[in-house]
Structures are given as structure tokens and as C-alpha cells.
Design a protein around this ligand. Structure first.
Ligand code: AMP
Length: 398
């Protein structure tokens, strides 16, 4: 069965068509600038040329229409007709406390996801628009929702309750949810395979270091703590997000800069992180070039980033009373050996010895520590689309 995996944002839509039996990617692409001028679809069938076509996309329904046209195109399509798409898997950001696993999308599920909209006002409405667009164009194809938050629903109360009045949890469900769950789940499973141990007997710390970044403690196959919280703003310093700060700073800055809470939030989400610290870029490739050229601002931002990751790793070693594997994933974790090395320099107390030759390899699944190292450190490319396809297949084939 071929599964169409959709990751729908407010103005973009990423897609992959995956054969669920062979797990082969048949085609992939992205629609950009949906609802804006200059929208375009980038489409690439596996083994074929990447094509980029400008085409008006006033809404997500039109974007999905173009995706389906590309997938069934006579010359470059991955399939002959829409009948060859057996199911659609949607990445959904926030399932609140309602969803601890993936689910077949029904009217009740859509209602329940809508009820989580105020927990993820930027993401959930866009995800729901993607579902509606697919329902309109493929009304008889079953759909599955795979939630970013679901994997973390195993966290114990001591990890998810904030030091706030408990009534805010009871009334508004203010608590730690955590994100990147699909990635943390996939990478921690692969880490157990690389260690050659059963998943339910391994303690792994997964460092998902991309533009958004989070760390997760996975004990015996269950997420027991993670650095993102009620929103994806908490935790590590990210590309443009501040991560943890003293909440008192918000009032101070609002008064000094004469801005309101929404503007402060915009600063914390869009203008902070390594971009804010360095004033160079939010992108680690740019920072790396600048740092290698000796630009102090870039070195400072990267140093602070690595320090914060190392501190989270230390706290999760405490939370799990030890660790068997530390896994790096996502854009920076998979590709930036300098960042991995800087973080691991803090971890000598875990008996970690990095093999620099292995660490210099990027983008492949590899253990980068020496055989003598007391704790294994790994690079594991994440594959959220594959997880979504697997979960979708498992639910629709029943
Ligand atoms: P993500 O959000 O997972 O796409 O990760 C984005 C971040 O990963 C950016 O800071 C990029 O600079 C970094 N990144 C992505 N690909 C590479 C690469 N090939 N080499 C170095 N850094 C990369």
C-alpha cells in the first residue's frame, strides 16, 4: 500500500509518497508560499529530476490538488492514478492529553484536535486545513493523525507539572507536553538497535538539534522527560527561539522597550536564539562559516548553544539515574561535527571518548565513540515521514 505523508504548515506543505511494504520513498516535495504571491511546488520522484514549478496556490486545497497532479503525472508521476494511494498520514502537532498514540481521523478526532487549537494556535489549525483539503479531494481514502506530542504522554507527573498554581493545570491543562515526539521515538528505537539491546532495557538521551531543538530522556522505551514544554518555546536555545529564560525578563523588556506581551512573545519566538545572540544568522551553516573565520559573535552563539545542550543531557542522566546511549539527530545533530564535539567535551564524567574520524562522517547512522567509551554516542538521521507512514499503515490495514 502507498501512503501519502503530509506535513502541513500555515504557508507550506511537505509531502512524501511511501510504499508501506518496502518502505521505499516513491516521491517527495514541498509546496511553498501557500496563500502568498510566488507560490511554487517542488516535486521529485525517486530516481528522477527535481522540478520546481511556480503555480498559484490560494489555499491548501489547491496545493494538495497540485501534489496529486504531480504524483499522477503521465511522465514524471510516481503512480498511475489516485487509486494507488491507499491512505494519508498527517503530522499533527498537538494532541493535548487526549491522544497518547496515532489515530484514524474521524469527525470526533477532528473535533478533539480543534479543541487543542488554543494549545498550538500556529500549528493545529494549519494541520486541520490539510486534513480538510485531503478529505475534499480524496473523500474515500482513510487518514491517520500522528501527533508530535503523543510519545511524551508517558511522562510522569513530576516531569510535566510546572511550579504554578495547580488549578491552571486542572482548568486549562497548562503542563509540559513536549514536541518532536515522532523523531524522539524513531531515534531512540534505532539507538537500541545500534546498541544491540532490547528497547525496553535501554536509557537513551535523544538530542534533536534542528532549527527547533529538543532533548528527550527515553527510559525503557518511554519518554520520561523532554525539554520543550507547554509550547515549543521552552528548553534549548534554538535557531530563533530563546528557550529557557527567567520569566521576569518578559515584564522588564516590555517596560524598557515599551512593547506589549505579544511583541515580547514575537521577540522570544522569532528574534532570539542563536540568531539573537550572534546577530549573524539562525542557520548553523552560516554560523559555522563565520565561526571558522574567527567571528566572535558566531563563536559565542555556538558556545552557548552547546553548553545548554550539555546541561540538559546532565539533568536527564540524573532523571534516569544513568544513560546507555546519547543520540544526535536533525539538521545540526546529524551534520555538524563541531557542535557534537563541543557538547561531548562536557561529558567526560560519563566516560565518553569520541572517535574523531567517525564523528567527521555526516548524515549516516553511526556510533561515534571508541569501543572503550563507557557510554555510546551516536548519530542517527531522523525519519519522521517513515514513522508516520508506518503508523498509518498499521492502523489502516487492520
Ligand atoms: P532542521 O530544522 O532539522 O532542518 O535543521 C536546520 C539546521 O540544521 C540549520 O541550522 C542548518 O544550518 C543545519 N543543517 C542542515 N543541514 C546541514 C548540513 N548539511 N550541514 C550543516 N548543517 C546543516
Amino acid at each position: 500500500m502507498n501512503i501519502l505523508v503530509i506535513n502541513c504548515g500555515s504557508s507550506s506543505l511537505k509531502f512524501q509518497l511511501i510504499n508501506a511494504e518496502t518502505e521505499e520513498v516513491l516521491a517527495k516535495g514541498i509546496c511553498e508560499r501557500i496563500g502568498l504571491d510566488g507560490s511554487r511546488i517542488v516535486y521529485q520522484p525517486t530516481g528522477g529530476e527535481k522540478e520546481s514549478t511556480e503555480s498559484p496556490m490560494p489555499d491548501h486545497t489547491q496545493a494538495i490538488r497540485l501534489v496529486l497532479e504531480s504524483l499522477t503525472n503521465e511522465k514524471t508521476g510516481a503512480v498511475r492514478s489516485l487509486d494507488e494511494i491507499g491512505a494519508v498520514g498527517h503530522r499533527l502537532v498537538h494532541g493535548g492529553e487526549k491522544f497518547a498514540s496515532s489515530t484514524i481521523i474521524t469527525d470526533e478526532v477532528i473535533k478533539a484536535v480543534e479543541e487543542c487549537n488554543d494549545l498550538a494556535p500556529l500549528h493545529n489549525p494549519a494541520n486541520l486545513i490539510g486534513i480538510a483539503a485531503c478529505q475534499e479531494l480524496m473523500p474515500h481514502v482513510p487518514m491517520v493523525g500522528v501527533f508530535d506530542t503523543a510519545f511524551h504522554q508517558t511522562m510522569p507527573e513530576k516531569a510535566f507539572i510546572y511550579g504554578l498554581p495547580y488549578e491552571y493545570y486542572k482548568k486549562y491543562k497548562v503542563r509540559r507536553y513536549g514536541f518532536h515526539g515522532t523523531s524522539h521515538s524513531y531515534v531512540s528505537k534505532r539507538a537500541a538497535v545500534l546498541l544491540g539491546k532490547p528497547y525496553d532495557q535501554v536509557r537513551t538521551i535523544v538530542c534533536h538539534l534542528g532549527n527547533g531543538a529538543s532533548v528527550c530522556a527515553v527510559k525503557n522505551g518511554k519518554s520520561v522527560d523532554t525539554s520543550m514544554g507547554f509550547t515549543p518555546l521552552e528548553g534549548l536555545i534554538m535557531g530563533t527561539r530563546s528557550g529557557d529564560i527567567d520569566p521576569g525578563i518578559m515584564e522588564f523588556i516590555a517596560e524598557k522597550e515599551n512593547i506589549d506581551i505579544y511583541e515580547v512573545m514575537d521577540v522570544l519566538n522569532q528574534k532570539s536564539g542563536v540568531l539573537g545572540i550572534s546577530e549573524v544568522s539562525s542557520d548553523f551553516r552560516d554560523l559555522q562559516v563565520a565561526a571558522l573565520a574567527g567571528k566572535e559573535e558566531a563563536i559565542r552563539a555556538m558556545t552557548i548553544f552547546a553548553y545548554h545542550v550539555a546541561k540538559y543531557i546532565g539533568s536527564y542522566v540524573a532523571a534516569m539515574n544513568g544513560v546507555d546511549a546519547i543520540a544526535f539527530t536533525a539538521g545540526i545533530g546529524e551534520n555538524n561535527r563541531y557542535v557534537r564535539n563541543d557538547i561531548c567535551e562536557y561529558l567526560g564524567y560519563l566516560g565518553i571518548e569520541i572517535d574523531q574520524e567517525k564523528n567527521s562522517k555526516a548524515g549516516e547512522e553511526i556510533i561515534i565513540t571508541t569501543p572503550e567509551s563507557k557510554t555510546a554516542v551516536m548519530v542517527i538521521p531522523t525519519n519522521e515521514e517513515l514513522v508516520i507512514a508506518r503508523e498509518t499503515f498499521a492502523l489502516v490495514k487492520q
